[in-house]
Write a protein that binds this ligand. Structure first.
Ligand SMILES: *[C@@H]1O[C@H](CO)[C@@H](O)[C@H](O)[C@H]1NC(C)=O
Ligand SMILES: *[C@@H]1O[C@H](CO)[C@@H](O)[C@H](O)[C@H]1NC(C)=O
Ligand SMILES: *[C@@H]1O[C@H](CO)[C@@H](O)[C@H](O)[C@H]1NC(C)=O
Ligand SMILES: *[C@@H]1O[C@H](CO)[C@@H](O)[C@H](O)[C@H]1NC(C)=O
Ligand SMILES: *[C@@H]1O[C@H](CO)[C@@H](O)[C@H](O)[C@H]1NC(C)=O
Ligand SMILES: *[C@@H]1O[C@H](CO)[C@@H](O)[C@H](O)[C@H]1NC(C)=O
Ligand SMILES: *[C@@H]1O[C@H](CO)[C@@H](O)[C@H](O)[C@H]1NC(C)=O
Length: 838
């Protein structure tokens, strides 16, 4: 319905209808089109033809500043997808949007001062129109088919990518996050198409890359193998020609409402609107783990998020420096250059950073190999396109950066190595096997084997000697302990001075502990934790104790050990497990705790038979007890302690089912005035880690608050976060809980084993507190002292929680195993250590 069309229509109509038509026309025009004669003031809006999007002035959550923006008209939570005047918000409601004197879109303030505008246009009569795609276009009034659009909001995206938008080399600005949810000005993160080498999307922090999607490989973006399963939802396209490269997607089902947003936290999240629950659901997000962080393992380092070590070198490479992966890996053997080198196929990878790679799309893989081999600086090559066989050529002439492995959907990269580093089955290209090299190789192999054998014998001899010595030592201490081992005999004691008070710890000998645990017999084994085995022991004075024997491979080194001993010795609270003593002798490191006959919370809570012993009043007491213990750690102990690994298996229960927080192996002490710290060494358990910690390594007391919130939801629901099999399409337990709560059905979350034993108000209050603890933004989460008062006071009014943090689905990898063991009481989520130096 445009002027041109109307004019044509008019010629066939009786004249008396004209005024009426014009009236109708101007009414309909006021809805989706902005003309010179009809500007928009603050308070007025444009609505797209089918009523999907609305354009007008708004103030983001809590702010008084006014922005011109576009949002979904029918979605009750105001969801802004585009903002015009990001750089200069209006302080008041005097804004006016109109078609300016040069045909441009012009936003002015109360004194007619320009706040924002587009470039002048060549049309005589230009109009702005809001389309149902969410695109706001500036076009000639007669150009109803949008043939020559002068300007469009889709070319100047803000933080949201809508279907139909392009990441293009022609609009290099990409997406920029908001500063905060109340401030639409430019935040710290941007996502842009990087055109260099093989084009890819790169998420930038202030000055350095944070995350790469990987380049388009003909099927999908190389770093997001999960795109395979999104085929039914979207049609993706990547186009590269002499004029532009761009990446775009269209929805297969146009009734789906979805958007991709760059959040102010630096996460890219795709949301889908769920009509039934009237809420946005996170469908995909990135970066989702450590390995998505750019260059996590340095040059030639390969990241694997499910492996305990996280980083490793490409085969044929060795670490450049211990303790810090920033430097990555270097070649074990230098290249000889020319035909003497070969290639090793490394499979299942996200392609390394291609921004410095050299690309030729018309070359075949075989030719690519030859070109790479012929150029001394070429370090690796692969195919540029894997959509129909393998075609095209990408090769790298400097370090391979940002490699990660995928369990499925990864690609092959051929890494150049010196001939001596290659196995028989590498390099199956016959032309490259020079006989002289083969002989040399055999000599090297034989020499290596001989030397290894000799070395092995030497080691065995040394070990044998050492064992003899140790045995003598143990016998000596055993004889000592037999003389009269009690609370104060046959062991020295260590005093830890803590200003006003000092804690006395018993130091026991290895022999004494061997006696107490019946030489670490199987019957005395209580379980196996993340850091080693736990045994039950009985001291000669009759006291029962739990002994944690730290395994060598546990990753808990001497440092964690000292940390745990020093820390717990200074902490005394009825909701913290008490350390009675320790043992450190040679390689053996052990901690001696008070014995908890009821084992850990998870062994009772998630057991379908034992779970019934925990009625609501017991659960409430556990909930309160853990809160008190945490409050003490955060606030009332003289040190501020962040536990960092709060989970059901770390909560022990005493005779009366009082909860005791245990496992301080990775806890950290904070200075009184420190708010937040950052670590390269993220340790914790998937599911219980808040996003800012799992992804960025930021931790604060809010890290524990998050873990507490997860625990709370677990205790109420009797469901384990890592075992949660999507119920009614919810992605995880937190999302499920939130959707029930948001829907007013929070009571359905209650564990069926609870029966009717609970008080509704109390349970609802706990769900509410739990959800506010797992909110995505750390500052939104309450402190433990707030939590304690919220749990206690029945007349404290609680603020509504926002949607919980979305957890990457990776946890299912470790989760499934645990879930099969459900019921036998020994299940234990693995504490994941990601060591990267500090
Ligand atoms: C409009 O903006 C100009 C420049 O920032 C400023 O000097 C003027 O006071 C503003 N007028 C109103 C009414 O806010
Ligand atoms: C590139 O731009 C030129 C000039 O605008 C145009 O003639 C040509 O068709 C474009 N090429 C492609 C592949 O779009
Ligand atoms: C969305 O849900 C409402 C009721 O909640 C229903 O009336 C409407 O038809 C639904 N819309 C779609 C597109 O399914
Ligand atoms: C990552 O490491 C784990 C544990 O070492 C291993 O089982 C898995 O296969 C590795 N993943 C890939 C993709 O290689
Ligand atoms: C790409 O490879 C083809 C085939 O080998 C060759 O003819 C062409 O010159 C190469 N292009 C570039 C830019 O190197
Ligand atoms: C190897 O490739 C690099 C990058 O294309 C180029 O600068 C260099 O000249 C090449 N070297 C040889 C010997 O071809
Ligand atoms: C790692 O080492 C580099 C220099 O070798 C240093 O600049 C960087 O700060 C270190 N990173 C960490 C986390 O220690």
């Amino acid at each position: 319905m445009e002027l041109g069309a109307i004019a044509k229509l008019n010629s066939n109509l009786p004249p008396f209808l004209l005024p009426l038509l014009f009236l109708l026309f101007s009414l309909s025009m006021a809805t989706d089109t902005l003309t010179r004669s009809q500007p928009i003031r603050d308070g007025q809006t444009l609505v797209s033809a089918r009523g999907i999007f609305e354009l007008g002035f708004f103030s983001p959550g809590g702010s008084t500043h006014r922005y011109l923006g576009i949002w979904y008209k029918h979605i009750p939570v105001q969801t802004v997808v585009w903002v015009a005047n990001r750089a200069s918000p209006l302080p008041d409601r005097t804004g006016l949007l109109r078609v300016g004197p040069a045909g441009e879109l012009l936003l002015t303030n109360g004194s007619n001062h320009p706040i924002w505008s587009t470039d002048p246009v060549p049309f005589s009569r230009s109009v702005g129109q809001l389309l149902d795609s969410g695109n706001f276009v500036l076009r000639d009034a007669a150009d109803t088919l949008l043939v020559a659009v002068a300007w469009q909001s889709f070319h100047c995206p803000t933080d949201t990518w809508l279907p139909g938008m392009r990441f293009s080399s022609r609009f290099p600005l990409g997406l920029t996050s908001w500063k905060s949810s109340a401030d639409a000005t430019f935040g710290d993160y941007t996502v842009r198409l990087d055109e260099n080498g093989l084009p890819q999307l790169i998420l930038w922090g202030r000055s350095s890359p944070v995350y790469r999607t990987g380049p388009w490989n003909g099927l999908r973006l190389s770093g997001t193998p999960e795109m395979k399963s999104y085929k039914s939802l979207f049609t993706y396209a990547f186009v590269s020609n002499e004029n532009e490269s761009y990446y775009e997607h269209e929805l297969n089902d146009p009734s789906i409402i979805t958007r991709l947003v760059l959040e102010q936290t630096g996460e890219l999240q795709r949301f889908i609107w769920v009509n039934e629950t009237q809420s946005w659901r996170v469908y995909w997000s990135a970066p989702k783990d450590q390995c998505d962080m750019y260059g996590r393992c340095g040059p030639f380092g390969v990241c694997n998020s499910t492996s305990k070590a996280v980083c490793k070198c490409v085969e044929g490479f060795k670490r450049r420096s211990a303790g810090n992966w920033t430097a990555g890996c270097a070649r074990r053997t230098g290249l000889s250059c020319g035909n003497r080198d070969g290639f090793r196929r490394v499979t299942g990878l996200k392609l390394p950073d291609t921004s410095t790679a050299i690309v030729n799309r018309s070359m075949e893989l075989e030719e690519c190999r030859r070109v790479c081999l012929a150029n001394c600086s070429c370090v690796a090559y692969t195919a540029a396109d894997i959509s129909g066989g393998v075609t095209g050529c990408v090769y790298w002439v400097d370090d391979l950066m940002d490699l990660r492995e995928f369990p499925s959907g990864g690609q092959d990269v051929y890494v150049r190595l010196a001939a001596s580093e290659l196995d028989e089955d590498d390099d199956d290209d016959p032309k490259l096997h020079v006989p002289a090299d083969k002989n040399k190789l055999i000599i090297i192999i034989v020499a290596t084997i001989c030397f290894s054998l000799f070395f092995l014998q030497l080691c065995l001899y040394i070990l044998w000697k050492k064992k003899l010595q140790e045995k003598a030592k143990i016998e000596k201490s055993e004889s000592l302990s037999l003389l009269g081992f009690g609370a104060n005999a046959a062991h020295s004691s260590m005093s830890i001075d803590d200003g006003n008070s000092s804690a006395d710890l018993s130091r026991l000998s290895l022999g004494a502990i061997a006696v107490a645990t019946d030489n670490f017999s199987e019957e005395n084994k209580l379980g196996e934790g993340g850091f080693g085995q736990v045994y039950k022991g009985k001291l000669p004075n009759g006291q029962e104790v739990a002994i944690k024997r730290l395994s060598d491979s546990s990753g808990q080194g001497l440092e964690e050990f000292k940390n745990e001993v020093m820390l717990i010795a200074r902490l005394q609270h009825m909701n913290l497990v008490r350390l009675l003593g320790f043992c450190s002798q040679g390689e053996e490191k052990m901690l001696i705790y008070e014995y908890m006959p009821n084992k850990s919370l998870d062994s009772i809570l998630f057991d379908p038979t034992d779970g019934t012993t925990l009625d609501w009043s017991k659960r409430k007491r556990i909930i309160d007890g853990i809160a008190q213990g945490l409050l003490y750690l955060h606030k009332y102990s003289r040190l501020k302690v962040i536990h960092r690994d709060l989970k059901a298996s770390n909560i022990l229960l005493d005779n009366e089912l009082n909860p005791k927080i245990s496992d301080f192996g990775i806890a950290r002490i904070f200075d009184g005035n420190q708010e937040q710290r950052k670590t390269k060494r993220v340790v914790g358990t998937y599911g219980y880690m808040p996003p800012e910690y799992a992804i960025w390594g930021h931790f604060s007391e809010k890290t524990d608050v998050f873990g507490y919130g997860v625990l709370l939801i677990e205790i109420i629901s009797g469901k384990k976060i890592s075992c949660f099999q999507g119920i009614k399409g919810s992605l995880n337990l937190l999302q499920y809980a939130w959707e029930l709560w948001d829907d007013g059905r929070a009571l359905e979350l209650a564990d069926p084993l609870l029966g009717n034993s609970y008080c509704k108000e109390e349970l609802l209050r706990c769900v509410h507190v739990g959800l506010s603890c797992v909110q995505k933004n750390a500052p939104d989460r309450p402190t433990m002292s707030t939590v304690v008062s919220q749990l206690g006071g029945s007349n404290v009014s609680l603020p509504s929680p926002s949607q919980p943090a979305f957890q990457a689905c990776d946890s299912q990898v470790s989760g499934d195993l645990d879930c099969q063991r459900r019921g036998n009481g020994s299940s234990n989520e693995v504490t994941i250590t990601m060591i990267g130096g500090r």
